[in-house]
Design a protein around this ligand. Sequence first.
Ligand SMILES: Cc1cc2nc3c(=O)[nH]c(=O)nc-3n(C[C@H](O)[C@H](O)[C@H](O)COP(=O)(O)O)c2cc1C
Length: 223
Amino acid sequence: MNANPTALVVVSHHRADSLTAHVGDVVAARLKEAGYGIDLLDLRAEGFDPRMTEADQPDWGDRDKEYSPEVRAHMARVLAADVIVPVFPIYWNSVPALLKGWIDRVWNYGFAYGRSKPRLAGKRMLWLGLAGAGDGDEFAAWMAETLDRVLREGISFYNGITDSAVAVLHDAEGEPQTVDAEGNLTLGEPLTGDARAAHYDALDRRAETHLERFLGLQAPQTL
Ligand SMILES: Cc1cc2nc3c(=O)[nH]c(=O)nc-3n(C[C@H](O)[C@H](O)[C@H](O)COP(=O)(O)O)c2cc1C
């Protein structure tokens, strides 16, 4: 590993006070504690526009096309990272449009793919998604498999990043929810007070554990 490794944490949420943004901070703090230099990319705060533009559309006849200055700046941040951790709410068994647009525009032809020697090879990538569904949900396994196919295989692996994983933080809502085989959504009692605080503390801890396992970090000593 690089002596001074860098982690790019990509927070993808439209609200500054979201749980997703909070988990992004937890992840960044844990990476910092493990010795990583942190580049925290909050797509909303930086005003990233996920819509594809003509300037950033691939030119299949020119893999050296010069993309927009904004996209080139993002490419430099991706290149500088040893580890990339997108943190996002799972929307429709996928990533939200904000993150999808970042991939569409920045992980572009000639940069991320389309070269015999992939530029992103050797990087590591952990996709950390927050799910409203509980892990006992009828669709949890199917969702995990779908995310793995699309994100780990379809994006990371396709772009030369062979060391990649998808982790799901279930029960991200403040009230338990499950969907049964007939599609009926059942909401439990909203959590309040200490139970709510304990629920979110446990979620933070799960986020850290996913990171520790993926990167092979020592868990902090517990008293
Ligand atoms: C448009 C939309 C689609 C969603 N799709 C899913 C889904 O497919 N699976 C799931 O478990 N939760 C789904 N959810 C719930 C979100 O994942 C959940 O609200 C979010 O992770 C909570 O984090 P936040 O407070 O940071 O937004 C969806 C929510 C929205 C708004």
